[in-house]
Ligand binder design. Structure first.
Ligand code: KG4
Ligand code: ZN
Length: 355
């Protein structure tokens, strides 16, 4: 088949990303410029500062991706892809305008990609040659997403479940903060996991049991876990007053409940597919929270227990391709470029875009 090089741009949230990927599944460049300072200062993404950072960083991200790839944009790049949505409109437009201008100036075909399709298709790139076979399930758990997706083909996706309130990643972050934990270099969620894993005490201080929100329903909710921790800490005078053993018991109970919640919904999702006669063999778990080792172990054993006759193949793409990146955007555009499809240069953003 034809050899094709894609330059892709992603700017839907707070990371400014550019990448070059070819049709032989080689990643020739993967540049991600993060906005750490913004995150740490406000504990969230502030639209105006995110837009400003994209505007400052985008030219460098693109230049570096091309340098890393050792390709020439005029001679070697065959198509330009960008994230069309969903995401923050101001952020998306920085990436879209860069992509459009390059494509129009250089007379290259242009394709606008759905951000979630990018995440959902990542494993078909990274797990080669044992990539998941359609239909497969993707559990996307990060700071930005809490989603259970059914990938039916490279063009057909269905959201089986999403969160009604907070994302699972942000909930780990907030609970970590409430417990007064110091960040590890991998952030507050990782700090919480490490804190839970510290030595086992003989004496387990008791903490009130966590709620089971939306039990039996194929939908996520994390705000009740968050308020459970908030209430306990407030009633006991904040993290400076609560002894470390109690804080650790609370952290563990939170992590157990949060992972239990994800587990329950995954099983409900598999049940739903079964009831519709959709045979699932592969389950891909991705996003920042998927790096949690406790979660990985629980999902493995829960699936093994769930159905002793079916063996599910559980996979985790490498962490740097689970978080937002432009490699996944390039890859999600590839099958369309290879089918000679392209979008008009007048294409518009879809900040709210169901999959
Ligand atoms: O995919 P990601 O890196 O980017 C965004 O969504 O922005 O996900 C980051 C999220 C954060 O909320 C972080 O605390 C969480 O993933 N996270 C973890 C762990 N490592 C990162 N949560 C639980 N356990 C971990 N080990
Ligand atoms: Zn994302």
């Amino acid at each position: 088949s034809r050899h094709f090089n894609v330059l892709a741009i992603e700017s839907s949230a707070d990371d400014t990303c550019a990448a070059v990927v070819n049709s032989s599944r080689r990643i020739l460049a993967n540049v991600v410029i993060k906005q750490h300072a913004v995150h740490e200062e406000f504990g969230g993404i502030y639209p105006m500062s995110a837009i400003n950072s994209h505007q400052q960083n985008m030219p460098y991200a693109i230049r570096r991706a091309l340098d890393d790839s050792r390709l020439d944009i005029v001679k070697d790049i065959d198509g330009i892809a960008f994230t069309r949505g969903p995401g923050m409109p101001g952020c998306l437009s920085v990436g879209m305008n860069a992509a459009k201008s390059l494509a129009a100036a250089l007379k290259k075909p242009l394709i606008g990609v759905h951000h979630m399709q990018g995440h959902a298709l990542t494993s078909t790139l990274t797990s080669w040659p044992n990539e998941p076979k359609y239909p497969f399930l993707t559990l996307l758990i990060s700071g930005g997403h809490t989603l259970l997706l059914l990938a039916k083909s490279n063009r057909l996706f269905e959201i089986l479940a999403t969160t009604r309130d907070e994302s699972v990643g942000r909930t780990f972050d907030k609970v970590s903060k409430l417990l007064g934990l110091k960040w590890t270099n991998l952030g507050p969620g990782d700090a919480l996991e490490k804190f839970c894993a510290e030595e086992i005490e003989v004496d387990h201080p008791s903490v009130p049991p966590f709620p089971r929100p939306l039990h039996g329903q194929l939908s996520y909710s994390f705000s009740a876990f968050h308020s459970h921790v908030t209430n306990f800490m407030n009633e006991h005078g904040g993290h400076e007053k609560v002894d470390i053993l109690t804080r650790r018991a609370l952290a563990r109970a939170f992590q157990t409940a949060a992972v239990g919640h994800l587990e329950e919904k995954l099983i409900l999702g598999i049940d739903l597919c079964k009831s519709k006669n959709i045979h699932i063999a592969d389950i891909v778990v991705s996003g920042g929270v998927a790096s949690n080792q406790y979660l990985r172990k629980r999902l493995v054993s829960c699936l093994a227990e769930y159905d002793r006759h079916t063996s599910y193949h559980l996979s985790f793409p490498p962490p740097h391709l689970c978080t937002d990146n432009a490699v996944m955007i390039a890859w999600a555009s590839m099958h369309r470029f290879l089918a000679n499809e392209s979008d008009p240069y007048s294409i518009e953003l879809r900040p709210k875009w169901s999959i």
